[in-house]
Design a protein around this ligand. Structure first.
Ligand code: ADP
Ligand code: TYD
Length: 206
């Protein structure tokens, strides 16, 4: 059996982590060998970088510095966890990947998309087999995300204007990479959304 690489994308609070976990459980129940992971992080080195980028003042890093940090974290995650698991025939379910960099570093403060793509090509060079975009109204997403009361709030602190720009950006990205993206409406109950996710994934695996 060949491994598969499935990613979840979407704005903050859209339900990616919840759905990634439910999908991983559903796949395991059906007998698949699954690795559930997330970015930034997913390996010890990448988790150290996660703390650097997600905590503190929104102005702490420029978009360019952030791009280097997220890419460094991704490279470590890819080398140590994702690629070995795929080579072993496992299904890797990852909460965010390079599409998040295309959006957050590529769009949030000026247009850095060309630099994001160049660095991705040079240092990462892998796209998911399937990407589930959980699409959601930014106000709903932000109130869900704020409800979590965490300390990793740097990006949420950029505010609702950024979330709106990200939502449109993700929809445009889904169109650009329409061979691997599927858009899922994230506004329903957890179970409704999970059923839609499962339908798309099992169809793809068949
Ligand atoms: P993300 O990983 O996209 O930021 P989460 O999965 O962490 O989103 O969800 C954000 C918050 O919203 C969590 O508190 C979660 O329990 C809640 N949540 C997730 N999905 C739903 C849903 N379909 N309906 C209501 N609340 C949800
Ligand atoms: P995450 O923990 O997925 O946050 P949330 O659960 O709120 O969606 O990701 C944390 C933040 O990191 C999120 O605001 C998006 C940002 N991020 C980037 O800016 N670039 C990236 O490459 C990645 C993977 C995440």
């Amino acid at each position: 059996m060949t491994g598969k690489f499935i990613t979840f994308e979407g704005i903050d609070g859209s339900g990616k982590s919840t759905q990634a976990r439910l999908l991983a459980d559903g796949l395991k129940e059906r007998g698949y060998d699954v690795v559930l992971t997330r970015e930034p992080g997913g390996s010890p080195g990448a988790d150290e970088i996660r703390r650097l980028v997600l905590e503190g003042d929104p102005e702490k890093w420029s978009a360019e510095t952030e791009l280097l940090l997220f890419t460094a974290a991704r490279r470590d995650h890819l080398e140590r966890l994702i690629e070995p698991a795929i080579a072993d025939g496992k299904i890797v379910v990852c909460d965010r990947f390079a599409d998040s960099t295309r959006m957050y570093q590529g769009l949030s403060r000026g247009d850095l998309r060309a630099k994001v793509d160049a660095l991705h090509e040079l240092m990462i060079g892998r796209e998911p087999d399937l990407t589930l975009l959980i699409d959601m109204d930014p106000d709903q997403g932000l109130s869900r995300a704020k409800g979590r009361n965490g300390h990793e709030e740097r990006f949420e602190d950029f505010g609702p204007g950024l979330q709106r720009k990200m939502r449109q950006g993700f929809l445009a990205l889904a169109d650009e990479y329409n061979d691997r993206f599927r858009i899922i409406d994230g506004s329903g109950s957890v179970d409704d959304v999970a059923a839609k996710v499962a339908a798309v994934v099992f169809e793809t695996l068949r």
